[in-house]
Design a binder for this molecule. Structure first.
Ligand SMILES: NC(=O)c1ccc[n+]([C@@H]2O[C@H](COP(=O)([O-])OP(=O)(O)OC[C@H]3O[C@@H](n4cnc5c(N)ncnc54)[C@H](OP(=O)(O)O)[C@@H]3O)[C@@H](O)[C@H]2O)c1
Length: 291
């Protein structure tokens, strides 16, 4: 039975108040955490072991070396990173490659129709360095299920999101996000699927994405979400969702758009000078305004 399951868990957060050695990404805690997970999960190996969040101190080399030791010891099969800066993931993977250590195979990052910030940096990083991206909160913590509606105070609905928080979902009731929700509702009606299914389908089939983590607090939600890949999103409808949800990329990415790059390739020309097969990154779509 065990070999039919792909088991993933992660380390970083401190699990023991007052003990600084029981948290962080250093070798000591990685070793402690993996042993504790194996005991709790009652198994002798973890399929995919993830660093949960950058701790701003442990060198990438130390993490990669320890992942490699854990693979060689048979305690984990594969390794990945979640919630780290792009440069840190790039250094880790390059170090692993240069020293023939276990390569990282996965990046777990927040990604959805209302959170597309990973596109300029992390999608090309993952595609170039051989990492599959797994999206967390692909439904925007529930906002993209359609059960929240704009109201005078921001928004209301039958779920865990509130305008003020506390909690990571606070602040999601913005004009921009309501425009995304409205477009998603139209698209869902056109394809005859629930909004949650369309939002999950969109995220799971975006460039660089290997998988999405399904969050569900009810069996009915899980059943709805499990059907999210049973249909294909027509290109025109994907484009509509891409356009309404696009954001202006931060510096220096505006310098890598077609308009700016034409100055480099050939004064006055455009992207026609790129090699055959070149496709501009998805984040180059014109963002919607305001909000
Ligand atoms: N690596 C990280 O730092 C990190 C951070 C956060 C999460 N995660 C991982 O990502 C997983 C998913 O995160 P998430 O729960 O925020 O994901 P999400 O898919 O964006 O939101 C899930 C929530 O949406 C609502 N929902 C789901 N399906 C629905 C449906 N079909 N119809 C109506 N409402 C629906 C439920 O909210 P209600 O309960 O309000 O109904 C559910 O709890 C977590 O369990 C965790 O494993 C990782």
């Amino acid at each position: 039975m065990r070999d039919r399951v792909v088991l993933t868990t992660k380390f970083s957060n401190n699990v023991e108040s007052g003990n600084p050695n029981a948290g962080g990404n250093g070798r000591k805690n990685m070793m402690r955490a993996v042993e504790a997970s194996l005991r709790r999960l009652r198994t002798d190996y973890i399929d995919l072991y993830l660093l949960h969040t950058w701790d701003r101190i442990t060198p990438a080399e130390e993490v990669v070396r320890t992942f490699d030791d854990l693979v060689r010891a048979g305690k984990i099969r594969y390794a990945g990173l979640s919630d780290v800066p792009g440069w840190y993931a790039g250094r880790a993977q390059t170090y692993a490659e240069a020293h023939a250590l276990t390569p990282l195979i996965n990046l777990q990052l927040q990604y959805s129709l209302i959170e597309r910030n990973i596109e300029p940096e992390f999608v090309p990083l993952a595609q170039t360095l051989g990492l599959g991206i797994t999206a967390w909160s692909p439904l925007g913590m529930g906002l993209l299920s359609g059960k929240y509606r704009p109201s005078e105070g921001g928004g209301t609905g039958e779920g865990r999101l509130t305008q003020k928080g506390p909690g990571p979902g606070s602040g999601l009731f913005t004009e921009h996000n309501w425009r995304v929700v409205a477009a998603l509702e139209e698209v869902a009606q056109e394809v005859g699927r629930s909004m949650a299914q369309v939002a999950l389908n969109w995220a799971a089939t975006q460039p660089g994405l290997a998988s999405v983590i399904i969050g569900a607090s009810k069996v009915s939600q899980l059943e709805d979400n499990l059907a999210a890949l049973d249909f294909e999103l027509p290109a025109g409808l994907r484009q509509r969702l891409n356009t309404v949800s696009a954001r202006t990329p931060p510096f220096p990415y505006p310098m890598f758009t077609d308009a700016y790059q034409s100055r480099i390739l050939n004064a006055g020309s455009s992207v026609g000078d790129k090699p055959a097969g070149y496709a501009p990154p998805v984040w180059m779509e014109k963002p919607s305004t305001g909000g």
